[in-house]
Ligand binder design. Structure first.
Ligand code: FO1
Length: 314
């Protein structure tokens, strides 16, 4: 079964891992957010791409991002030179950024470099950046506009977010690889990633919603999962961001966003949120209630099974 999954970082990577476990090699394509990308120490870093890649390669560190067994000698030496090291790059991880930066500066497409990296690390799935064009998420706080990682890592997601924009999205386009993956898809999955700053940038790439809509009109089911459980984000600031933007911090708030984008047929909510099912249904979505918290490897596979079952014809 050919599955296309839209994903951000850690939560998206966990679900992609569950899907990869139950699909045949090559059947899973993950479209990853690149709005979190940044340049640090002259290197092009693609955090969500790398989080998904390391996870699907079985190499991810215990914190969810970066590599297992990492060392931090380069950061230590940079700190000694007085460089800011708030965005921590592990020694092994730096090799990925050197490889990518060199090739992108030579004019290779991000999509091609991502494919080379995935092959080199033995990833059995396809990981596609949402676009080859630079798109950068920026957030407006009471102190003005911030680059995404400034807000997320340097300021520990503490400021309230009043507005979000995806700079460069209007000049971006989906890639031929994304068009082809969505043309061949049998199920589309939207991972329980942050709906505003992980899934939001993916949907903002011109052509993405049209290509998903075309697949849905052919009868391809689109199943999304709430990353908000019991009013709290499983990880990261999605709950506070929804409130800051005047929306509801709940699975219903997430469902409203996706319903207004006409993205989904089915929305998966946690058993803790069962009482919201009727209201989600009233948005025109089918609802599946299940355990969505992927606490361990078995939880990832279980949720992946539930999602594919939700997408299967009745
Ligand atoms: N997250 C942190 O909280 N602190 C870091 O220093 C950090 C460094 C980092 C380096 C490479 C990488 O691929 C990811 C990294 N992340 C770090 C994670 C990343 O900032 C976020 O998890 C995502 O951008 C949000 O999805």
């Amino acid at each position: 079964m050919r599955v296309v999954c839209l994903a951000g970082g850690v939560g998206g990577a966990k679900l992609a891992d569950g899907l990869q476990q139950i699909l045949a090699p090559g059947e899973l394509t993950v479209i990853v957010n690149t709005g979190d990308d940044l340049e640090r120490h002259s290197l092009l870093i693609c955090p969500d791409h790398d989080t998904v890649m390391y996870t699907l390669a079985g190499l991810a560190g215990s914190q969810g991002w970066g590599l297992a067994g990492e060392t931090w000698r380069v950061m230590g030496s940079l700190a000694r030179l007085g460089e800011g090291t708030w965005f921590r790059l592990g020694d092994k991880d730096i090799a990925t950024h050197l490889y990518r930066t060199e090739r992108v500066r030579r004019g290779e497409r991000l999509t091609d470099v991502a494919a080379e990296l995935g092959r080199a690390l033995g990833v059995p799935s396809h990981i596609l950046p949402m676009t080859d064009a630079p798109v950068r998420t920026r957030v407006r706080t009471d102190d003005g506009w911030l680059d995404f990682q400034d807000y997320f890592v340097r300021m520990h997601q503490e400021p309230d977010v009043r507005e979000v924009r995806f700079e460069g999205a209007d000049r971006a386009a989906i890639t031929p690889e994304i068009s082809e993956a969505l043309r061949a898809a049998e199920v589309i999955v939207v991972a329980p990633s942050n709906p505003i700053v992980s899934i939001g940038p993916i949907l903002a790439v011109p052509g993405m919603l049209d290509a998903i809509g075309a697949a849905r009109r052919r009868g391809v089911p689109a199943v999304g999962v709430s990353g908000i459980v019991g009013g709290k984000a499983l990880r990261g600031p999605a709950d506070r961001m929804l409130v800051g933007l005047g929306e509801e911090a709940s699975a219903l708030g997430v469902a409203r966003r996706y319903a207004s984008a006409e993205l989904l047929d089915t929305f998966v909510i946690d058993t803790l949120d069962e009482s919201l099912a009727a209201e989600v249904r009233s948005l025109g979505l089918k609802v599946v209630v299940t355990d969505t918290v992927m606490a361990d490897a078995a939880g990832r596979v279980r949720l992946a099974h539930d999602i594919l079952a939700a997408g299967a014809p009745a």
